[in-house]
Ligand binder design. Structure first.
Ligand SMILES: NC(=O)C1=CN([C@@H]2O[C@H](COP(=O)(O)OP(=O)(O)OC[C@H]3O[C@@H](n4cnc5c(N)ncnc54)[C@H](OP(=O)(O)O)[C@@H]3O)[C@@H](O)[C@H]2O)C=CC1
Ligand SMILES: O=C1CO[C@H](CO)[C@@H](O)[C@@H]1O
Length: 297
């Protein structure tokens, strides 16, 4: 089993993985292991979600990322229950919706997610956005701390938190978030925030790992893909894996979902990694967490 990046170097992790060709896990700051590769479910409509998640589990994925906002928690839970896998073999993440930051509402929202998924305590539950102008995320976090301490949630973390948000959280609360799920891809590499996360024992989860498709036509990535006889998506996902981040690419296509999981029988050289590092363009695709205050009706 893998330990948190920084304890083992990337090279040690790769050699370990390549020996058994399975998806590696990272140990979170509370001792819980998370598979480094998962399956994302944003924009998978509820009626398609059970089939897509069952297909992903058959392809070998053991980690599913959903959210109250995605409207498909129930179908994710059905797929996990019907997969025939042991509950302990599948890691499920969900996220508190933006209309549930009030502490009392947050407690009810955790109960609702738990009921929708129907899997017992949720492996990882995140505050989806900090919403700096909406209430106080410190109070929201304290509500999740209570749910964590009571055992209702196995692990808690945050998403889209900038360094300033994390500094405020760390100064005013007790449980250090296990993960910070943020936008990261070759065009938006987030070096300072990833370093802050690492220095505080917080694992970085990279959402939109292939930039929601934006990186797929990149000529440098295409050249590297030719060198290693893989697709651009695989090269990009492998780059994340070698950086030690957790990823969960989304695909509604069974063939592309399988393609995105075939990452552990090849390796990028230091030079190839450096060429991808050089693609950073500070190009954020999603909302800016410092100004995003959207709350659903
Ligand atoms: N915390 C947060 O605020 C956020 C979290 N997330 C999470 O991160 C996950 C991943 O991010 P997401 O936004 O989905 O973006 P991704 O970077 O995973 O890209 C998904 C897009 O790429 C396409 N695609 C996937 N694999 C391939 C492939 N091998 N070749 C060509 N095209 C491909 C998909 O199309 P197709 O389905 O047709 O294959 C889809 O259009 C989400 O599903 C969600 O779980 C995402 C956004 C924000
Ligand atoms: O999880 C999410 C899916 O993507 C959306 C658009 O980028 C985000 O707003 C949301 O947080």
């Amino acid at each position: 089993m893998f330990t948190h990046p920084g304890i083992l170097g990337p090279r040690d992790r790769i050699e370990h993985v390549m020996a058994d060709n399975t998806i590696p896990s990272i140990t979170l700051n509370n001792g819980v292991d998370i598979p480094q590769l998962g399956f994302g479910t944003y924009q998978i409509p509820p009626r398609e979600t059970k089939g897509a998640v069952l297909t992903a589990l058959e392809a070998g994925y053991r980690h599913i990322d959903t959210a109250q906002m995605y409207g498909n928690e129930r179908e994710v839970g059905e797929a996990v229950r019907e997969s025939g896998l042991s509950r302990s073999d599948v890691f499920v993440t969900s996220k508190l919706n933006n209309n549930a930051h009030d502490p009392a509402v947050a407690v009810d929202a955790v109960a609702r997610s738990t009921d929708e998924l129907g899997l017992g305590p949720i492996d990882l539950y995140l505050v989806h956005w900090p919403l700096p102008e909406v209430g106080d995320f410190v109070d929201t976090w304290r509500a999740l701390e209570g749910q964590y301490r009571s055992g209702a949630l196995r692990t808690i973390g945050v998403s889209n938190f900038q360094q300033g948000h994390l500094e405020r959280l760390l100064a005013n609360t007790e449980v250090v978030p296990a993960v910070n799920q943020i936008e990261v891809h070759p065009y938006f590499q987030q070096a300072p925030l990833r370093a802050f996360n690492r220095d505080h024992g917080i694992v970085t989860e990279a959402w939109a790992p292939i930039g929601q498709g934006a990186v797929l036509d990149d000529p440098v990535l295409a050249e590297i893909a030719g060198q290693v006889a893989r697709t651009v998506a695989q090269v990009t996902l492998r780059w994340h894996i070698q950086r030690g981040d957790v990823i969960f690419p989304k695909s509604s296509s069974p063939a592309r979902a399988a393609e995105n999981s075939a990452l552990f029988d090849f390796e990028l050289s230091d030079e190839q990694v450096a060429r991808i590092d050089a693609l950073d363009a500070d190009r954020r695709l999603g909302p800016d967490p410092d100004t995003f205050n959207w709350v659903p009706a």
